[in-house]
Design a protein around this ligand. Structure first.
Ligand SMILES: Nc1ncnc2c1ncn2[C@@H]1O[C@H](COP(=O)(O)OP(=O)(O)OP(=O)(O)O)[C@@H](O)[C@H]1O
Length: 329
């Protein structure tokens, strides 16, 4: 059975003090708590002109703006006061951000710092001009298989970095097309890892996970059933994202995200693998990644290996097709 790799951090986030005491007595470690000893980099509020901020999006935590900091366009993420005014939730946020600021990877959105002297909670990250995969799929619809595989590799590489983080893996828990953003060169980066569990905490104010943004569509069955879970919940979400890239959007659009999650969790329902999903090796990978048994799902390391092979064979087929047409000419 899968177990969370950060039980003490999780118990703390959810406010289960009794469980925390038991875990501490058993020698449990709170990796998120350890990061509190490493405070967030603070940016002077006066260095950012929030008056000239341009609203670029809104999520469950608050609004996101494009602002200028030291001559560079960056994203300013604001946390709703109903969430940030709670001292314990605020402190949990700061711990997660302290962990995020230590991460560096080409497929992870770069954290820049927290705004000092702000009664609101605002933090800066790099700004990704092309927006989220959600926006891209809405505009472009189904992607061609080569593009979909290249995008999937970017996401898998970012996720592999998080899962292989030492001394403890970082589980995203809310990997959705809205949480993968594209940079100007066309590469994708993963963002907002770990923050969802803060929002799930019982005293996180008015936040309701997934309600408006539809994260239920990507939720692993064991999370929906409120069972213990591990890193492979992100592999399940990844499979749903890859499916959407080949399909052009989610399946079962007529049903609410919660109805979809319910069917997946209790009827073992999965999206139909239509002929759009090619080659067959992609279908096989999807079946493995959304397997009902979390222990049967591959790791991101294995997924990267499989995707690289698929990419190579696609390139080979393309080259062969090209050389055949030359011969005919
Ligand atoms: N660093 C960024 N660069 C460019 N755009 C961004 C950035 N971060 C967020 N956005 C945009 O702002 C929108 C809202 O982001 P936010 O992370 O607050 O919520 P979300 O991911 O859409 O939903 P949820 O909070 O439920 O996960 C995103 O969908 C994206 O379009």
């Amino acid at each position: 059975m899968s177990v969370s790799l950060q039980p003490l951090s999780d118990a703390r986030s959810f406010g289960h003090e009794d469980i925390c005491k038991i875990l501490v007595a058993q020698g449990g470690i709170d990796p998120v708590g350890l990061d509190a000893q490493n405070p967030c980099y603070e940016i002077d509020f006066n260095e950012v002109d929030m008056e000239k901020a341009i609203l670029i999006g809104e999520g469950a935590f608050g609004e996101v703006y494009r602002v200028k900091w030291r001559g560079t366009e960056v994203a300013a993420k604001t946390i709703r006061s109903s969430i940030a005014s709670n001292p314990r939730v605020r402190s949990d946020f700061m711990k997660e951000l302290a962990l995020w600021q230590k991460l560096r990877h080409p497929n992870i959105v770069q954290f820049l710092g927290v705004l000092k002297q702000s009664d609101r909670l605002i933090f800066l990250t790099e700004y990704l001009r092309n927006g989220s995969l959600f926006d891209i799929l809405r505009k472009r619809g189904r992607l061609d298989p080569q593009t979909a595989v290249a995008y999937a590799l970017d996401i898998a590489r970012g996720m592999n970095y998080l899962h292989r983080h030492k001394p403890h893996a970082i589980i995203h828990r809310d990997l959705t097309p809205r949480n993968v953003l594209q940079d100007e060169s066309g590469h994708f980066k993963v963002t907002d890892f770990g923050l969802s569990k803060i929002a799930l905490a019982k005293d996180a104010g008015s936040y309701k996970m997934t309600g408006c943004t539809g994260s239920y569509r990507y939720m692993a069955p064991e999370v929906y059933r409120r069972e213990s879970y591990g890193k492979s919940v992100d592999v399940f979400s990844f499979a749903m994202i890859v499916y959407e890239m080949f399909h052009g959007g989610p399946s079962n659009r007529a049903q609410t995200p919660e109805q979809v999650a319910d069917k997946r969790a209790y009827e073992d329902y999965r999206p139909p693998l239509s002929s759009h999903i090619q080659p067959e090796s992609v279908r096989a990978l999807l079946r493995e990644c959304w397997h009902k048994n979390p222990d049967c799902r591959p790791t991101f390391e294995e997924i990267i290996g499989q995707l690289e092979k698929i990419q190579e064979s696609m390139q080979y087929d393309k080259t062969m097709r090209g050389s055949c047409s030359c011969a005919i000419l």
